[in-house]
Design a protein around this ligand. Structure first.
Ligand SMILES: C[S@@+](CC[C@H](N)C(=O)[O-])C[C@H]1O[C@@H](n2cnc3c(N)ncnc32)[C@H](O)[C@@H]1O
Length: 339
């Protein structure tokens, strides 16, 4: 959205208020596979409407918004639509694709934003208030949506993957991914480090996804998938314990409990690696602040500053050794136990 000084504030505000229509337009474009279709076969809006079997005048209106958002461009000479570099991020199977995120905002995760006001009043997650169950339990019963969710996690990971080599994965014999999702991170680590072994700790249904992924990657022999509750215990015997996009799912007191369990069950010599978005300041990029509200709405968690994360770790008996700034505001924090 263009917020330039020449546009009166009253107009800027009206544009901001239609932000959900921007989200919905991108969601519709992805469900219709417009980015992939236009990429594979640039065509006019008329041809696109025939190909997609949708109402042509209505599609033209959607395409105009996509053009205004610089997702698609149109050749004025012949009306042929092409995908812009920004629009390319919505294609299937491109590294770091935003396609799954677009699908999520158009589904139950985006719908719970309707209850944001209640979440602000109570501090409780809007998702639970809307659907009567927490998001991870909800995903357990919705296999397709669960696949989209872990697809979005894997795509986010791809954005930081090359930079994550700074961790020096090869120096850890056993890497335990606590709340490791469908195992996408460990698949990359174990593929890159043939001497390493992995352990994924997950809930029952997600553990099944991790098992399938490891089997498909030929890594089942080097990766154990453990079903468990990280508030109760984490697997012993690892050299590195990873928490990626896990701490931000929880309010401080739950994080404190989780980190204390890690401290208790990890060998004294093992390291902890927390990978997630870090808030810089009030002047942070809007995406960081929106993601913070997203965490409030969806899980009742929060994005934290480096200082807040350090305090949580220190209260649980860890000392921060290194911080690596990665793409997109993500930071990898390496910590060890205070002896
Ligand atoms: C936001 S996802 C992050 C997944 C993965 N670490 C990644 O980076 O994609 C949080 C994960 O924590 C898992 N989880 C939530 N509560 C858990 C618990 N009590 N014990 C174990 N895993 C849990 C969820 O199933 C989910 O896969």
């Amino acid at each position: 959205m263009d917020i330039s000084e020449e546009i009166p504030y009253e107009i800027v505000m009206r544009q901001l208020l239609l932000g959900r229509l921007v989200s919905s337009a991108l969601h519709a474009a992805v469900v219709l596979r417009i980015p992939d279709v236009v990429h594979e076969d640039p065509c006019t809006a008329e041809e696109l409407a025939v190909h997609l079997d949708v109402n042509e005048p209505a599609l033209r209106r959607l395409v105009r918004v996509l053009m205004n958002l610089e997702v698609i461009s149109e050749d004025p000479a012949n009306g042929v639509l092409t995908l812009t570099p920004l629009g390319n991020t919505l294609r299937e199977n491109v590294p770091g694709t935003a396609r799954h995120s677009a699908l999520l905002v158009g589904g139950p995760i985006g719908r719970c934003w309707d209850q944001l006001l209640a979440a602000v009043r109570t501090g409780e997650p809007a998702f639970d208030a809307t659907f009567g169950v927490d998001v991870f339990s909800y995903l357990d019963g919705e296999a397709d949506l669960q696949g989209v969710f872990y697809g979005s996690q894997a795509a986010d990971l791809e954005i930081t993957l090359t930079e994550l080599v700074v961790v020096g994965w090869e120096s850890y014999r056993t890497v335990v991914d606590v709340g490791g999702g469908d195992g996408a991170l460990l698949e990359h680590v174990l593929t890159a480090c043939p001497e390493s072994r992995g352990v994924v700790l997950e809930t029952a249904s997600v553990a099944q996804l991790a098992r399938s992924r490891m089997a498909a990657a030929g890594l089942a022999q080097r990766c154990e998938v453990v079903i468990g509750d990280f508030f109760e215990s984490v697997p012993s015997g690892g050299d590195l314990y990873v928490l990626r996009d896990v701490v931000h799912d929880w309010p401080d007191e739950r994080c404190a409990a989780l980190l204390r369990v890690c401290r208790r069950d990890m060998p004294a010599s093992a390291a902890l690696l927390v990978i997630e978005r870090t808030m810089a300041s009030n002047e942070d990029h809007l995406l960081n602040h929106l993601m913070d509200l997203y965490m409030l709405a969806v899980v009742g968690g929060r994005e934290r500053t480096a200082g807040e994360m350090e305090q949580l770790l220190s209260d649980a008996g860890f000392i921060v050794r290194k911080r690596h700034r990665l793409n997109g505001g993500v930071v990898a924090v390496e910590a060890t136990q205070v002896s």
